[in-house]
Design a protein around this ligand. Sequence first.
Ligand code: F6R
Length: 612
Amino acid sequence: MCGIVGYVGTGKATPVILDGLARLEYRGYDSAGIAVIEDGVLKVRRRAGRLAQLVESLKLEPIEGSVGIGHTRWATHGAPSEKNSHPHCDCRGDIAVVHNGIIENYQELKNQLEARGHVFKSETDTEVVAHLLEEEFTQGAPSLVEAARRALPKAKGAYALGLLRRQEPGVLVAARLGSPLIVGLGSGENYVASDVPAILSRTRNIVYLNDGEVIELTPTAWKVTDLNGVPREHPVSRIEWSVDAAEKGGFEKFMLKEIHEQPRVIRETLMGRISADKKSIQLKDMNLSVEELKSLKKMFIVSCGTAFHAGYVGKYLLEHFTNLPVEVDLASEFRYRSPKMDKDTVIFTVTQSGETADTLASVRAAKAKGCKVISICNVVGSSIARESHGVIYTNAGPEIGVASTKAYTAQLTAFCLFTIYYGKLTGSIPDEKAADMIRQLEGIPDKVDEILKDQAHIKALATKYAQAPSWLYLGRKFNFPTALEGALKNKEITYTHAEGFAAGEMKHGPIALIHKEMPILCIAPRGETYEKMTSNIREVGARAGRIICVATRGDADIAGISEDVIYVPETPEEFSPILCVVPLQLLAYYCARARGCDIDKPRNLAKSVTVE
Ligand code: F6R
């Protein structure tokens, strides 16, 4: 989710690159860097912090040339420091690399490269690419583009890469596999970028690279091939978006863009965590030994808001598949209710920002009692990530919309990974079952994609129900938290009253609320509690509520007891919360739109709650 900008032309590369990086900066990056070939010398400048630090340093000590690459980093491997900022170079300082994505097998590659004498200067996965390219030159590669074609098949994972080589000062090379990369065609100058807004002020003629392609650009020419050197034809697209629309990838709001990013985000959260034989899970940054994990007696999951709902799903997953007792807590209550914990207790916090004050205070309180703290966190180097003993990073990238969407499904994915990991380790999930769960989990991104492609129906439902003054959301078991999250999304962006309940609780009070105008969103995918759920739906329907069900595709029976149905693809019930929440996000979004609300910045809310 980093930002890349590259330039090759006859003008000055540095201002073009800095301008492009500035246009990507609204996403909130943690460091920035640039490499330019100046008079036959590859010059690199990098700074931790905002882009302004880099700009300032370049004002004091400029670097100039007509080919260059720049990068704004959203840290994934290694802290957000100067040494981990891109570009990264090979041992001789001839090659510079900027990268967006994750090289899954970087540790293995790094070990091999170090054994052959390469010296690494950073903790990043990216640096292996520079050294792999360097090796291709020692083995006779004739050009940077050919070295890239030979080296890249060794890297597993996802990448968008920008490459420069001191000895080829008129050439910019880029490559793509699984991470976004576009090419801009100018007059006497060409560009690469991770996203359209970076170069929109310079050209509207864009080439979209496909996975497995490499491009060589000079000021006046460009050539795309696959990794075998076979040429690929590409149309040139003319972009008509405004700069504002381009920042949102053509979507009208960041929230909608982020909802659509979920298949990729889930894929990237799984990336590097599934073993090559697809039988086990690897969680590298967790920093708990197998003995420590096996001796755990209890877990508390502590978080706020949407992250609390993710934690709730985590509780159901862990209790269903393992023998570990799990409690979930709102971070704002945790410290005040005197929970009993000691060194055999693990605290899991869940946080997108890593800065939420109540969650941070819970981390500190738990550590003071000798507990181990693991965090599921989206921001490398954030306070909670730093203060926890271990972290499972969600690779959701920067989330701009105040209402959390992609961070939530990434958190759910992280809990699925941990459950399989811990269940296998402690023997409560047999090897065969773990392999089957991994296979199913890998299928989730495509299923989310299917839901996103079929949203005309959800839009129509929003038109029908948007003006309802009050909503109920009902679910059971794994999808009780989905009901809570659906209601939260609705209330925070539409300003409508919405409440989530465990469906079995209706008879104990909330059923009194039902009247004939009230939409009741029932999350009822196939699974253990399906029959119980449908009987709850009948009870509600008998009180004249307007039933909208989220159900498994192919479930014709549910239509008989609902006014409207939104279908999701079939999936094991333990993974259904990842699918079922997506239509609820979209429904809340389109209702808010119909009500004319400020969706990306709802009233009274802030993205990061750093006060208690
Ligand atoms: C709701 C939302 C909030 C956050 C909560 C915790 O859409 O975004 O409820 O989930 O404030 O924030 P983090 O995850 O940053 O700790």
